[in-house]
Design a protein. Structure first.
Length: 234
């Protein structure tokens, strides 16, 4: 029988306490790399478990935002993004000498607050810096689906800005990439899906299986301006 006093330590318990601390430290040092690997590879996927797929009957607005060094030739005042280029740690990702858009539908991660998504990567393995047109840092990337007639049609759209200052360029250095999170759709139609980076020479991703609803071909999500300075209305 002993009394525990806050802020004090029982002398008789000190050897045991020291042993416990030493044992805990040895366990941490031994298994720290494994615990860290689990945190990196497992926990993001665990957080997505239990979330719902995105089941809508309209086209979502584009969501691929990319940050970079400033565009010195732009008017200025455009919306920026903290999604900066990441240096490639694996130089086998993407095609050598090319720009690649890579969809990873099996790598499920959270999309927004309550839905499932997956990773989408834009990789630059050309010999130099690549530049892309953007609107307030939104890249012209949308998902497409194959319709009943075998035609590829967009199921997302790019809102247009009424302010000229919104338009600028973003830059992706050699052997770097941007990563985005795309929604994991679910609907009544089973079909093939892909992404396209629009431009003079469109870049298409790999195709993958999915399901959508028919309204995603025709009905826009819509948008209400948040104030007089908001240049978007769709």
């Amino acid at each position: 029988m002993f009394t525990v006093v806050r802020g004090a330590t029982c002398p008789a318990m000190l050897p045991f306490a020291i042993w416990c601390a030493s044992f805990a430290a040895s366990i941490y040092m031994r298994f720290h790399p494994i615990l860290l690997l689990l945190a990196i590879t497992v926990l993001p996927h665990t957080r997505a478990v239990g979330r719902e797929s995105v089941n809508v009957n309209y086209m979502l607005r584009g969501y691929c935002f990319a940050g970079s060094r400033p565009d010195k030739d732009a008017f200025g005042g455009y919306g920026g993004s903290d999604n900066l280029p990441r240096k490639l740690s694996d130089l086998t990702v993407g095609r050598e000498g090319k720009l690649s858009l890579i969809a990873l539908p099996d790598e499920v991660v959270p999309f927004g607050k309550s839905h499932q998504g997956f990773r989408l990567i834009l990789v630059n393995r050309t010999d130099g810096e690549a530049q892309f047109a953007a609107s307030d840092s939104r890249l012209p990337i949308v998902m497409e689906a194959m319709d009943r007639d075998g035609r590829w049609r967009p199921i997302e759209y790019l809102p247009s800005s009424g302010c000229g200052n919104s338009y600028h360029r973003v830059f992706l250095p050699h052997n770097h990439s941007w990563e985005f999170i795309a929604p994991k759709f679910e609907g009544r139609w089973d079909t093939k899906l892909r992404f396209v980076l629009q431009g003079e020479k469109p870049i298409y991703s790999n195709t993958f299986e999915g399901s959508i609803n028919p309204g995603q071909f025709t009905v826009k999500q819509g948008y209400e301006p948040t104030g007089l300075m908001d240049p978007y209305n769709d």
